[in-house]
Design a protein around this ligand. Structure first.
Ligand code: C2E
Ligand code: CA
Length: 534
């Protein structure tokens, strides 16, 4: 039966425990939930006391920390891990990287990094097989101190993990400033509440870390549901009781032999021209461009029909209008602003962009509801492009233009054309325009229908002379008219017997000029001359 030792008992027993290797590591494998392969392991400290049985870190680590003993214990553990790796290499047992924990107190020991480097060299273990876990709370001692340690670790080639990420109050700020290689998210901080607020936080943390192209290990994963949820966020690396409790060195070696292995890779590969770090750096050119120059721009992620807006710039907010704030935009599900028809257009464009890896464009109407303005519809033209992906999750860059006004004008124009057509139908008028520069005639709908004309008649008036619409004895006169229009004669009018039936029509032309006063096009019309008219 294990009995918890008192602080004094621990302190008294420490030297001997270290010497006897009573303080020793156990190992907890880290697994890729998608492939079942091992990607690494964490070494965790245990203290097996002869009289009191197994002691656990939560009981003895604070004691060691408060009594300046943790440094020696950590170096001892590091040495044990190096011994294991050496053994595996020598015995040709597959090797995976093993992480060791670095106490916040180790940071205050100036030579911690040199000390572990000395041990590593002693056992001649390639540095890629060792990782160092620092905790977010290390930053509390000051960013400079921890940054210095981190730089030195990197200089020697160590992979550095940020432990317990998400537990602290200023996680994202710390993360942004610390150049860590792997992030560990502890599910226990979220107390199993993956559907609700905890899930949202977790989701956004995983999303954020993707910006940094940093692999994420989910720690403390106990259930399949948690593991699957993490996978759905694009985080496949799992350390937790679901797969393994911490196991002894011998058990671990067995697992190394049994399981397949694979290296850890970043969750998201950004396209090569993008630099994720710079997107975080508020003073970088990329950020400057994102915020100021490009117009309305957003970054969103897309996975199997689900879309998350991750970043928008101020112009995006302005372009959307509707008095929305950046916060409003980020918190609403972006697909809810569409009706079914527009949603389909938008999603189809996303899918097209995923296939083409090129810029795709769509125009969609969105309905917004706001407290101040009620309901309003806006039409947005979106240019989008994939900038990175992780499995079936894609990161998009989108630029938007609010084209509501343009669209409404267009609709007005279409409306007035309809009025014109209906009017000409009622008034028995044939109407067309003649484009001076191209010698093209564009007939009205009625002309097309009654006279079987195409929408554009080229080399006008030759085709209508040829097909007998214009009688041959009037052909030269009519050609003369076109010449006069070209020369700028503002108005022409005559009664001409049209078609083979020689039906009299009053034909008129009114010329329109461009801004330089040069002839642009002429509006032609033909009305049937009724008997009383003559
Ligand atoms: P940690 O670094 O966050 O380590 C993970 C802890 O979570 C371990 O507890 C591990 O046994 C436990 N754990 C892993 N999977 C699960 C799970 O699915 N459910 C639950 N409930 N727990 C899980 P452990 O070994 O008791 O270590 C506790 C803490 O003590 C560690 O937290 C670490 O901060 C510290 N520690 C452990 N070993 C060392 C060491 O060698 N040096 C230093 N400085 N600190 C250490
Ligand atoms: Ca740890």
């Amino acid at each position: 039966m294990d009995k918890r030792m008192s602080e004094q008992e621990l302190i008294d027993a420490f030297d001997k425990a270290l010497e006897n290797n009573d303080i020793h590591p156990v190992y907890q494998p880290q697994i890729n939930h998608s492939t079942g392969r091992m990607v690494g392991a964490e070494a965790l400290m245990r203290w097996k006391d002869y009289n009191n049985g197994m002691q656990y870190p939560s009981d003895f680590i604070p004691v060691l920390e408060n009594n300046d003993l943790i440094y020696r214990a950590d170096l001892h553990l590091f040495e044990e891990v190096c011994k294991l790796q050496r053994e595996c290499i020598d015995d040709q047992i597959p090797v995976v990287p093993v992480s060791v924990n670095m106490s916040r107190h180790d940071i205050y020991q100036k030579d911690y990094v040199d000390a572990i480097e000395g041990i590593r060299k002693k056992y001649d273990v390639p540095v890629k097989y060792l990782r160092v876990e620092i905790t977010e709370s290390s930053a509390i001692g000051g960013m400079e101190l921890i940054s210095g340690v981190l730089d030195k670790l990197h200089e020697y080639g160590y992979t550095v993990e940020m432990d317990d990420f998400g537990s602290g109050y200023s996680s994202l700020n710390v993360l942004k400033d610390l150049n860590v290689d792997i992030i560990k998210l502890d599910m226990r901080f979220l107390s199993g509440n993956i559907g609700g607020r905890g899930g949202t936080i977790l989701g956004s943390i995983v999303q954020m870390t993707k910006w940094l192209e940093t692999p994420v290990i989910a720690e403390g994963v106990e259930t399949m549901a948690q593991a699957d949820y993490m996978k759905s966020l694009g985080c496949n690396y799992i350390q937790g009781y679901l797969y393994f409790k911490p196991i002894t060195k011998d058990q671990f070696i067995e697992k190394l032999k049994q399981l397949e292995h694979e290296p850890m890779t970043p969750p998201l590969s950004l396209i090569s021209t993008m630099n994720a770090d710079k997107f975080w750096d508020p003073s970088s050119l990329e950020t400057l461009i994102f915020s100021n120059f490009v117009g309305g721009a957003a970054i969103f992620s897309y996975q199997m029909g689900k879309m998350d807006i991750m970043r928008v710039n101020p112009k995006y907010v302005k372009e959307l209008g509707m008095n929305s704030t950046e916060k409003d935009i980020l918190k609403t599900d972006p697909l809810t602003v569409f009706d079914e028809h527009n949603k389909k257009i938008y999603l189809d464009t996303i899918k097209k962009a995923i296939v083409s890896y090129d810029e795709e464009t769509c125009e969609t109407w969105r309905t917004f509801y706001s407290d101040c303005c009620g309901e309003d519809k806006v039409c947005i033209r979106t240019h989008m492009r994939v900038i990175g992906n992780a499995g079936n999750q894609y990161l998009f860059y989108a630029m938007i233009n609010n084209i509501t006004k343009e669209k409404r004008q267009f609709a007005d124009l279409a409306e007035s054309e309809k009025i014109f057509r209906t009017a000409s139908e009622h008034a028995n008028i044939y109407a067309w325009e003649y484009i001076i520069a191209t010698k093209e005639m564009r007939p009205c709908f009625r002309c097309m229908r009654d006279l079987s004309l195409p929408p554009v008649v080229k080399n006008y008036p030759e085709p209508v002379i040829e097909n007998g619409l214009f009688p041959p004895d009037y052909a030269d006169m009519y050609r003369g008219w076109m010449k006069q229009l070209e020369e700028g004669v503002p108005y022409l009018e005559a009664v001409i017997p049209l078609t083979v039936g020689r039906v009299p029509f009053r034909v008129r032309y009114t010329l329109e000029y461009d801004e330089n006063g040069k002839p642009l096009k002429a509006y032609g019309s033909a009305t049937l001359v009724v008997q009383e008219d003559e």
